[in-house]
Design a protein around this ligand. Structure first.
Ligand SMILES: Nc1nc2c(ncn2[C@@H]2O[C@H](COP(=O)(O)OP(=O)(O)OP(=O)(O)O)[C@@H](O)[C@H]2O)c(=O)[nH]1
Ligand SMILES: [Zn+2]
Length: 292
């Protein structure tokens, strides 16, 4: 029988099996036979030991479509990052860090600004342009007024989506509006987990339906960009690209160099000031790290 790992905790894996429910499994022999550790998101073959108690063993891991390191999850199709357009004001530096992290792992990302109802059309347009120029799909929602939620439904349909966003932006409101069964499922998983003494928050997949999953990313308050050369950073700001041919120096970092096409475009308002400032900040962060 095949299913998907939706949670792993203390040597137990919780496997979502279409039409059947959730099985609690151990991964006997997997390390030995396949030399890989099961990840949340893995599609696996299980043998059922007790159908009534929904217990079993993972016997093999099916080939992975991809494997993210941060967050640790397999078979991801895309990411959706949610910020509030206001209240709390979006921390765009944190947003850019997330976008870079996903882009480095080759995961396509949708940017959602919730609480559309409390910003002006002008504020909305500014946010929209900033990220559209950066090559992202930008959507606006109001979970409160039920606006834009169909777009999110369409995006997550039949996909596995990494969902991220800081606290207080309306993430729970959005998830709950999408998945009336979400609370139910969470409940049934936590019932099983209560038996263990582990209470810390673990990452897990929520099944929206049989082939749509959401991976709720924990710990989003700070993201550290590492394993990165500062020279590489500019390629994660695709809106710079059209202006780089006007830079005098090849390999221009667009910082202190004279005759820089990117800085010129910035002055002319063709590149977002916020995005450029975040670039500078991250560049210096990477530069300083190298000194140690
Ligand atoms: N004005 C407005 N308020 C919203 C909207 N969506 C959510 N809120 C409010 O924002 C607050 C936070 O919403 P939650 O859904 O709990 O946000 P969260 O991101 O899950 O926050 P945590 O539970 O802290 O992770 C609540 O008071 C909601 O009523 C929206 O679209 N517009
Ligand atoms: Zn330049």
């Amino acid at each position: 029988m095949q299913g998907k790992i939706i949670k792993g905790i203390a040597g137990f894996y919780y496997i979502h099996v279409s039409q059947k429910g959730i099985y609690e499994c151990k991964a006997k022999g997997i390390f030995r036979n396949q030399k890989i550790k099961p990840l949340v998101g893995d599609n696996v073959e299980i043998e059922v030991l007790d159908e009534e108690k929904k217990l079993g063993n993972i016997i093999s891991i099916l080939p992975r479509q991809n494997e993210l390191i941060r967050p640790a999850v397999a078979n991801v199709d895309q990411a959706l990052v949610i910020f509030a357009a206001a209240d709390p004001n979006p921390n765009l530096n944190l947003l850019d860090r997330f976008l870079i992290m996903m882009s480095k792992q080759e995961v396509e990302t949708y940017v959602c600004f919730n609480k559309q109802d409390i910003v002006t059309a002008i504020e909305q347009k500014l946010l929209e342009e900033t990220y559209r120029l950066g090559g992202y799909h930008v959507i606006f929602t109001s979970a409160l007024q039920g606006e834009g939620l169909q777009q999110i439904k369409d995006i997550v349909k039949s996909k596995t989506t990494v969902l991220a966003g800081p606290s207080g932006v309306g993430k729970s409101s959005i998830i709950n509006s999408l998945i009336p069964t979400a609370q139910m499922e969470v409940g049934s998983i936590s019932e099983k987990i209560k038996r263990g003494k582990h209470t810390t928050r673990h990452s897990e997949l929520f099944a929206i339906d049989d082939d749509s999953f959401i991976f709720d990313t924990p710990g989003f308050s700070s993201l550290y960009i590492d394993n990165f050369e500062k020279e590489e950073l500019k390629s994660y700001f695709p809106e710079f690209l059209p202006y780089e041919e006007y830079c005098r120096f090849q390999g221009c970092a667009h910082i202190n160099e004279p005759q820089c096409g990117v800085k010129q475009a910035l002055e002319e308002g063709k590149i977002s000031k916020t995005r450029y400032e975040n670039y500078l900040l991250l560049y210096n962060e990477l530069k300083d790290k190298k000194k140690y």
